[in-house]
Write a protein that binds this ligand. Structure first.
Ligand code: C2E
Ligand code: CA
Ligand code: CA
Length: 725
């Protein structure tokens, strides 16, 4: 017989004595001794009659009475179960039953209830007692009340997983939750966003008001954050003034935007500490889980990088991790030191990138982009050093120098009649926030003699987003100087289009990340088109950045974007080369002029087999259509960006992308087209699904017969016309 370890009072000898009870007569002395020991034991001891099918208690000691509150007389004759009350759904009960049925020792912890109904944790060791014939005649149980230990353990567990001040999950628990959430999101095809929130002025508050007051602010911040979230979201404190929010169930990344917006506003409301109103904003970094990303740590790291980018952008703002935020560490430290001297030594120069007006096909602006001619590293792109300069504040003198140099250069071009448009200069948040920014601009204009309307300032979304009274005033003052204002990198922050209407601005620059996939990604195209529509509604001009192909340019032109900038027009060029560019300037092609197709119905045939394309063209040409063809999805998107197409006939099985997927994308980009699959094989599932989603209009099979095929196409053309009118 084994004795529970926690019990020091009952020696094995005692229990041997218990066995002797059943064996009758033998050792009177031992029996007495055993009795005495049991009565004195601090652990509860109970004996059950195993031969009676009801298993009644036949002995309980005083400790049992003390622990359970039941008198001996109330307990004897009853089955031990009565201590569980109605709380029968305990996994350990099963363990207990199985062990007893097999006649084994068992050790379990059960929730039991005292006579007054209060819960206690009962650690129970039960051993069967056998007679000479090996039959189990009794069970002997030793019980200990381990409630306090349990509570303590739970507390320890909680402390190891929760933050003491705010009682929020800590980093360790967050990582656990994140791991689960990642698996779930993957399974259900939902988006997961991690938001890292860092209070902007916490250090100052802590230093000036003391830790107690700092703690109050943190506690209050936690309460406000919680109020911004829904039930399934997780809020954790990573330490210090850093919090993390997990949004585990988003349909689209944009759905994180309103939450981040609410958080910014909630934290920015003044905190009352020691009767004083304290202002504290926060910077938020957002990272979305990708399929390739398995480690929760990585997601946290990315959110962290994005959060630092938000700090660099001037705080009180949001940044989304885009894969480009990571500066290399050592690189960075060196750069900081070198930047100092570089400004003095004049190692910076400007390149200019032309902007093209899509209506008039003339140059409508040039953007000044800074380059560092580094003595050892050669020419450095701004991505390498601007973030460092922003962090160290060196951006202020650097930006001032850029503005001056751009104005001097541009004045010469304007005077020579080479350009009659503005020069655009990038302004970073730190520059903009300086008290004397407007005066600096006015002074540069006065010194260089450039007319104010020839200067345009590019400000990022984050600068504008914190559209407090001061920001608005600065913008108005700049406008009344006569300079124009544009929002740079539009779409990468979280600003809603709605807030644009409060701002005195002239132009919106759609970020190049949207332009990149515009001809084949329905989502990016939809964002771009809605930005164009909304901006026009507010009478703002729209320029798209990063235009690299004729197809992108044609697509933007067809959708009424005003201007474009990008490698398709020109790289940023040193001044002398820009002059050459202007001298030879002829607007680059925006795809073939679509005059020919304007009147005729246009069909697009897509198939990876040239023979099929040829045969289809021969057949369908007889009906007088203009016929375009493409060997795959990518090529087809290019064609679609450049031509008005009414009907698309696509093969199903193609190497890059199957026909139904291709046509689903086309539906998003060009909903007016009529889309038909012509397939030699039937993957019924994907076809029905595509039909149900409205992605395809007809499903036709190969090999085809000319007559019916032509009839189908005619019908599709009619359908398209009806749909349009
Ligand atoms: P940005 O203001 O968005 O500038 C446009 C960037 O896109 C430039 O990179 C330009 O070279 C690049 N670009 C132009 N056309 C294309 C294209 O067709 N495809 C692609 N993939 N990229 C294109 P750059 O010159 O490296 O500048 C990077 C960023 O550095 C700028 O982004 C701007 O945020 C910052 N920057 C540059 N000069 C200054 C400056 O003088 N002051 C401040 N504060 N920031 C600057
Ligand atoms: Ca810019
Ligand atoms: Ca930009």
């Amino acid at each position: 017989m084994r004795v529970s370890e926690s019990d020091r009072d009952v020696e094995p000898a005692t229990l041997l004595a218990v066995r002797d009870i059943t064996e009758g007569y033998a050792a009177q002395q031992g029996l007495l001794l055993g009795r005495r020991a049991m009565e004195a034991s601090a652990s509860g001891i109970l004996i059950v009659d195993a031969l009676d099918p009801k298993h009644p208690l036949i002995y309980v000691n005083p400790a049992f009475e003390r622990i359970t509150g039941y008198r001996r007389g109330e307990a004897l004759g009853r089955n031990c179960k009565f201590l569980q009350g109605s709380d029968r759904d305990q996994p350990e009960l099963q363990t207990l039953r199985e062990a007893l049925a097999r006649g084994h020792d068992v050790n379990v912890a059960l929730r039991n209830y005292r006579k007054d109904g209060t819960l206690f944790w009962n650690e129970l060791s039960i051993s069967p007692v056998r007679n000479g014939a090996g039959v189990v005649t009794h069970f002997v149980g030793i019980q200990n009340d381990i409630t306090e230990r349990r509570v303590h353990e739970a507390e320890v567990l909680r402390r190891s997983s929760h933050d003491e001040l705010t009682d929020l999950p800590n980093r360790a628990l967050l990582l656990d939750r994140l791991r689960e959430a990642l698996a779930l999101a993957r399974r259900h095809g939902r988006m997961l966003a991690a938001l890292l929130i860092d209070l902007d002025q916490f250090r100052e508050i802590n230093d000036s008001l003391g830790h107690d007051k700092g703690d109050e602010v943190l506690f209050e911040a936690a309460v406000r954050l919680r109020a911004c979230l829904r039930d399934g979201d997780t809020l954790a404190r990573l330490g210090g003034d850093e919090f993390m929010v997990l949004l585990p169930d988003l349909a689209r990344p944009e759905d994180a935007a309103p939450v981040a917006e609410r958080i910014l506003q909630a934290i920015a409301r003044p905190h009352t500490v020691a009767g004083r109103a304290i202002h504290c904003s926060c910077s938020i970094g957002v990272a979305f889980a990708e399929h390739s990303l398995d480690e929760p740590e990585q997601l946290v790291q990315r959110a962290d990088l994005a959060m630092h980018a938000a700090k660099r952008a001037g705080r009180n703002t949001v940044r989304v991790y885009s894969g480009e935020l990571a500066p290399r560490g050592s690189d960075r430290l060196e750069m900081r030191a070198q930047l100092q001297g570089a400004i003095a030594r004049g190692e910076f120069e400007l390149h200019y990138q032309p902007q093209l007006d899509l209506q008039g096909h003339r140059i409508s602006g040039v953007e000044a982009l800074v380059r560092w001619r580094h003595p050892e590293l050669g020419q450095l792109a701004p991505e390498r050093f601007i973030p460092v300069a922003e962090e160290t504040g060196q951006i202020v003198p650097l930006g001032g120098m850029v503005m001056e140099q751009a104005c001097v250069q541009h004045r010469r071009w304007v005077d020579r009649g080479l350009l009659d448009c503005p020069v655009a200069v990038n302004v970073s948040a730190l520059q903009f926030r300086r008290e004397d920014f407007v005066d600096t601009v006015a002074a540069v204009l006065a010194r260089t003699g450039l007319p104010a309307r020839r200067l345009e300032l590019e400000l990022t979304e984050s600068v504008m987003m914190d559209a407090g009274a001061r920001t608005l005033e600065t913008l108005h003052r700049l406008r009344s100087l006569g300079v124009s204002l544009s929002i740079d990198d539009f779409g990468t922050g979280f600003s809603s289009l709605g807030y644009l209407k409060r701002l005195p601005i002239d132009k919106v620059k759609i970020d190049r990340s949207f332009v990149k996939d515009i001809t084949h990604d329905g989502g990016d195209a939809a964002i771009t088109l809605s930005v164009i529509a909304m901006a026009h509604h507010l009478r703002l001009r729209v320029i798209a950045e990063g235009v690299e192909t004729a197809a992108q340019m044609a697509y933007l032109k067809r959708h009424l974007c005003d201007e474009v900038q990008g490698f398709h027009i020109s790289q940023p060029l040193p001044p002398a080369e820009l002059e050459n560019f202007l001298a030879d300037f002829r607007a680059p092609a925006a795809g073939e002029a679509d005059l020919d197709g304007a009147e005729r119905t246009t069909l697009l045939l897509v198939d990876d087999e040239p023979n099929i394309l040829r045969a289809l063209t021969r057949t369908l040409r007889r009906d007088g259509y203009r016929i375009l063809s493409a060997g795959g999805a990518a090529e087809a998107f290019e064609v679609l960006a450049q031509h008005e197409v009414q009907v698309i006939l696509s093969d199903q099985r193609m190497p890059q992308m199957c026909g139904t997927d291709f046509l689903s994308q086309v539906k998003a980009l060009y909903p007016q087209t009529v889309r038909i699959v012509l397939s030699g094989y039937t993957d019924l599932e994907s076809v029905t699904e595509a039909i149900n989603r409205g992605a395809i209009y007809r499903f036709l099979t190969k090999p085809w017969e000319d007559g019916p095929l032509r009839a189908h196409i005619k019908e599709a053309v009619l359908h398209q016309r009806r749909q349009r009118s």
